[in-house]
Design a protein around this ligand. Structure first.
Ligand code: 5GP
Length: 361
């Protein structure tokens, strides 16, 4: 496990509310229990349960949202989640979250996002880079970059945000999220995600907002093929998203199209196993995609809900598919190509990996 931890890593598929520490969730649930808002003993076992089918996971998210959706808590969990990823030597994190409106808490999608940004400012175990702008002289950055990875967590983490559209939302709410992302582009928002329960909602509902985002140059990633739905999978691939997540229920035609289009896939091994969308890890499509040299990125999805970490995902892929440290390092480095941040960040990350490689050898 040690080498997986000390290796710099890039996380491109992590949901904020799925990445909360169990200890924080339990503490918050206990507080709400004391206030009589929920019955703590009813929710405790739900939080601590490890194996859940996909449908049960979405019930858990509804519970998590009751516990976390107020400004102060959103700020707290954002800070903790970023610190946890940094402690695992994640050097670039694309954190996704669904901006939520909650009238009873005076919360709008915008104020939700502001609470997330506040959380990023509170991070103190690591320097957070949220800026889009390429630093004028990269060479002056070199020692900051040099010391980013030392096996005890990264010293600097690039954090960029993806705003998620939940499949329960209306076309108008989806458009509101896209407009918010466009307004907040200079504050670290780099793209849009479509997620939420895959058996709810229609692709056509979200298409106008997604097309608008694309026209405005916002990169898009889609949760695609989590359940068998050939028409939707085809429509999603035809849309040419910059990346997709999961791709568990693809048919032969879908694989052919995906490979022809070379759309990178965010792979979440533990999540797919725990939700039983894949029967066992040795038959996971990671194996075929890796062998075919198809672009892919190992990710956690919901590190809190599925009790995992990015290092654990690398270790699982390595042990299941017989890949050594060198291959895993190369896989991690390759993810730089698929980030949504600008080329300046890509160049700095390449330097980070070059420095880490020298130290690891
Ligand atoms: P949030 O957006 O509230 O920060 O993170 C939790 C939300 O992310 C969930 O309510 C759900 O909409 C989405 N999500 C988390 N994990 C998954 C997953 O495995 N599949 C899909 N489709 N959506 C997910």
């Amino acid at each position: 496990m040690e080498w997986c931890v000390s290796m710099p890593k890039i996380e491109l598929h992590a949901h904020l509310n799925g990445s909360i520490r169990d200890s924080t969730l339990l503490e918050l649930a206990r507080e709400l229990g004391d206030k009589g808002v929920i019955v703590f003993s009813d929710v405790e076992h739900v939080i601590l349960k490890n194996d859940r089918a996909l449908s049960e996971v979405f019930k858990l998210f509804d519970l998590i949202h009751i516990i976390t959706t107020d400004h102060k808590t959103v700020t707290r969990i954002t800070k903790e989640v970023v610190e946890d990823f940094a402690a695992d030597n994640v050097v670039y994190l694309e954190l996704r979250t669904t901006p939520k409106r909650n009238d009873s808490k005076g919360m709008s999608k915008r104020s939700y996002l502001e609470a997330v940004l506040e959380g990023l400012r509170y991070v103190n175990s690591v320097e957070v880079d949220l800026s889009h702008k390429l630093k004028p002289d990269i060479s002056t950055q070199s020692h900051a970059v040099d010391d980013k990875c030392n096996g005890t967590g990264s010293k600097k983490i690039y954090v960029r945000l993806l705003l998620s559209i939940d499949r329960r939302e209306t076309a108008e709410a989806a458009m509101e999220t896209v407009n918010l992302a466009l307004e907040m582009r200079d504050s670290g928002v780099v793209g849009i995600d479509l997620s939420g329960n895959p058996i709810i909602g229609e692709w056509l509902t979200f298409l106008p907002a997604l097309e608008f985002a694309k026209k405005q140059g916002l990169p898009i990633t889609l949760h695609c093929g989590e359940v068998p739905n050939p028409d939707e999978i085809h429509a999603m691939l035809d849309f040419l998203p910059r990346r997709i997540g999961h791709a568990c229920c693809f048919g032969d035609d879908d694989w052919n199209l995906l490979k022809r289009l070379k759309i990178p896939v965010e792979i979440c091994l533990t999540s797919n196993l725990r939700t039983e969308t894949i029967a066992s890890v040795d038959i996971h499509h990671f194996g075929d995609l890796y062998k075919s040299n198809h672009p892919l990125i190992l990710c956690t999805d919901d590190s809190g809900v599925f009790s995992t970490s990015l290092s654990a995902e690398y270790l699982l892929a390595s042990s299941t598919f017989g890949l050594g440290k060198k291959e895993m390092f190369e896989l991690s480095e390759k993810a730089i190509e698929f980030i949504f941040a600008c080329d300046g960040v890509k160049r700095e990350l390449q330097m980070t990996f070059a420095t880490a490689l020298k130290k690891l050898n």
